[in-house]
Design a protein around this ligand. Sequence first.
Ligand code: B16
Ligand code: MG
Length: 219
Amino acid sequence: MKKKGIIFDLDGVIVDTAKYHYLAWKKLANELGFEFTEEQNEMFKGVSRKRCLEILLDIGQVKATQEQFDQWMVEKNEDYLAYIAQMDASEILPDVTKVLEYLKSKDVPIALGSASKNAKPILEKVGLLDYFDYLVDGNSVTKAKPDPEVFLIAAQKLGVNAEDCIVFEDAVAGIEAANNAKMTSIGIGDASVLSAADHNFKDFTEIDLGFIKNLLESR
Ligand code: B16
Ligand code: MG
């Protein structure tokens, strides 16, 4: 049996921070004089903060100097951090801890592969940091998903071949990144949106531990 490694995305997989990102972006949009809808926020999932702001300014047709751009990035993040500060274990998505516990019991190495620069404080706040052997986040990558960089670095840290890694992701770009890295991709969310994934589940409550056992024992 080959050694397997597991990689979790953060936002939308472990915790639902998309709602906080949305509120912080919406506040900025409103201050700049335009609306930003939850539907538009879908485009922001798995996308870097900088790219999100570029898209937001396109939506509002707002032109920014470099100085304004940098200032709005900081402003949005400060608002987002205020939401994160309130987080606790109750925000862990259902059955995520069950799967993490199972993986730990089988000594499977676990990494985080997230676009967020706030990944570590979020895992600390919800009390899950100790489950992770390595964190690869927005501070450690140069190329955004769907580039496979974030997951390839995670595989390297885990000491596992890319094709022996299993990735849990909620974003289209994240599934593409996992597929580009030749990893097994598991889509968490709407299967019609994440149709490129190797396996699809609405959330972790749908995942039977036997399914994970089979993945760990395959090939
Ligand atoms: P931050 P993930 C992503 O996290 C979010 O889905 C995306 O909406 C956000 O813009 C990005 O992190 C950057 O987050 O502003 O905290 O650095 O889904 O890759 O865990
Ligand atoms: Mg995500």
